[in-house]
Structures are given as C-alpha cells and as structure tokens.
Design a protein around this ligand. Structure first.
Ligand code: HEC
Length: 296
C-alpha cells in the first residue's frame, strides 16, 4: 500500500467506524430511553447526552468521509466532550453518587474510540507507514471492542489501543504540512517541479508582456506551458498520482493553450489577464491539496 492509499484507507475506515458507532449508540440509547432495562442503574442525563452524541458521531463520520481536515476537527471535538463527561462521571462515581461503574467503563470506551479515530486521522499526514498501519489496527481493535459487550472492554485493553497510535519512540517529529503527499522517486519529483518552474516563467513573461501590450510575447509565454509542454511521465508513475492531481494538471495545460488562442483572436489585455487569473486558481487549488515527498 502506498502512503497516499494508506491515508485514504485510514480516513475511510475511521469514517465507517464513526458512522457505525454512532448508529449503535443511537439505537442502544433510545431503547433504554424507551424503557428497556439495561441491567444496571441508569444515570439519565448521561444517557440523554450519549444518545444525542450518537447523532454527532454519525455527522462527524460523514464529515470525515468528505474532508480529512474537518473530520479531524470533529473527531477532536467529540473526543474532548466525551473526556470532560468521563472526568465528571468518574468524580461522581468516586463520591458514591448515582453513577454505576458500567457507565464509567462504557464512557471510557467511547472516549478511547474517539481518541483512536482522531489520532489516526491526525497522523494520516506524513505518517511513516508503520505508524499508519498501527493506527489502522488500533481503529479495528477499538471498533471490534465497541461492538462486543462493554463488560469485556477492560480499561487495560483500551489503554493499549490508545497507546498503539502514539508515534514510536524516536520517530520523526510530526509535520504540520497537512497536504496529501505524493510519494515520487527523485526523477519523478524533478519532472513535476521543472514543469512547475516552466509555468511560473510563463506567468512572469505573460504579465510583463501584457504590461507592454506585446501580444506576440503573451502568446509565446502562454504556449510555453500548453499541453505540448506537459512532461511525459512513465505509466508506472502516472498510476501513483491521484486522479484529481492529473485532472487539475491537464486542465491547466489546456487552459494555457486556449489563453494563447484568445490572445491570437484579439482579446483585450484585461480579458487576457482575467483569464490568467482563472487559470491561476488551478495553481492555488492544487498547491493547497498536494505536496511532493521523495520516495524513501
Ligand atoms: C496538478 C497540481 C498542480 C498545479 C495545477 C500546479 N502546481 Fe505547482 N506544484 C504542485 C506540487 C505538488 C508542487 C510541489 C509542492 C511541494 O512539494 O511543496 C508544486 C510546486 C510548484 C513550484 C515550486 C517549484 C520548485 O522548483 O520547487 C512552483 C514555482 C509552482 N508549483 C508553480 C505553479 C504555477 C505557476 C502553477 C499554475 C500556473 C502551478 N504550479 C500549478 C502541483 C501543481
């Protein structure tokens, strides 16, 4: 599995676990609310909190499916809320109040599952593959545990699954760059980056030529980044690149060619610059999403 595939597998798995966990939570909570006896004293405010949270679990799962970044925020928020409630009921349990140990255990499990989801998404960026895989396993353990009887979920196993997603001792510091890494061999990276520098030159020359009103130079500058300038990546390397990346890249080259045609067919300088602005939203969109990492 490449790192990019691993990243999206972790994200999709996290989102499936979140949605299933949410549905199970809603069903279990509403059954007890409607009168089924769970076999221990129910602390009603907690039951209502958890049932409502079930809806948020599902929403967070859907968010995570769509966007890793917002999904990570949602998972972090749910984890924090669960942790605060866990601390609260643990204190109440110690004080001998109305809370059963079963509730404390179940709450610990919920908190641990959300911690595992949060960590596995948070470390999806620049995870050394081994840690990513550990996070995957921890998620599976967490979800399997949450589907079995909560009595079996001892604090020890939960602690282990939470620890399993911590980075191993001595692993590289976390990279704050959250963009999807395209893992390429040195030559592939060189081809992509040199193509980029050609496009930057086109932008510079195009703008300078437009300021002089030199349409011939504007056309030359635009054509230099057209489809003919696209680097020939070998098929093995093309396969490693996400479809979204290839699509954005190709539509940018095509747009440069049609900008050259526009200039040739007499568009005004302002119209041409406006089109360049539109083309450059592709540069921005792609740079926001992707970065390149050299294959180890
Ligand atoms: C399909 C995606 C994509 C598009 C479209 C794109 N870029 Fe890039 N560009 C990248 C990636 C990925 C990098 C590497 C970023 C990193 O690793 O941090 C990069 C790097 C660069 C660099 C740095 C080159 C170097 O030598 O380090 C420049 C300059 C650049 N792009 C200019 C542009 C310009 C100008 C445009 C639009 C006209 C553009 N790019 C459009 C993906 C894209």
């Amino acid at each position: 599995m490449t790192s990019t595939q691993l990243q999206s597998t972790v994200r999709v798995l996290g989102s499936v676990v979140a949605i299933v966990f949410g549905i199970v939570t809603i069903l279990a909570g509403s059954r007890v609310l409607l009168g089924t006896d769970p076999g221990y004293v129910v602390f009603r405010p907690l039951l209502i909190f958890n049932t409502v949270m079930g809806v948020l679990y599902v929403a967070a799962g859907v968010t995570l499916w769509r966007s890793a970044r917002r999904g990570k925020q949602a998972a972090g928020t749910i984890f924090t809320l669960n942790l605060l409630v866990l601390i609260g009921i643990a204190i109440a349990y110690r004080a001998g109040d109305a809370v059963a140990i079963d509730s404390v255990q179940a709450m610990t499990l919920r908190t641990a599952v959300w911690l595992a989801i949060f960590l596995s998404v948070a470390w999806r960026m620049r995870v050394p593959a081994a840690i990513g895989r550990t996070a995957l396993v921890a998620l599976m353990v967490g979800s399997a545990a949450s589907c079995t009887n909560k009595q079996e979920a001892t604090p020890a196993t939960m602690e282990q699954s939470a620890q399993a997603v911590m980075p191993a001792h001595g692993s590289p510091p976390l990279d704050p760059d959250e963009r999807t890494a395209l893992i390429l061999p040195a030559m592939g990276r060189h081809l992509v980056l040199s193509e980029m520098r050609v496009m930057l030159t086109s932008v510079q020359e195009f703008v300078a030529a437009a300021a002089r009103g030199d349409t011939a130079a504007m056309r030359t500058a635009a054509t230099a980044s057209g489809v003919a300038a696209a680097r020939d990546l070998d098929p093995a390397m093309q396969q490693r690149l996400p479809a979204e990346f290839l699509r954005l890249g190709m539509s940018t080259h095509t747009a440069w060619d049609s900008l050259a045609l526009d200039v040739a067919s007499g568009s005004t300088t302002n119209q041409a610059l406006a089109r360049l602005g539109v083309i450059m939203s592709n540069c921005v969109a792609c740079h926001e999403q992707f970065r390149i990492a050299i294959e180890p």
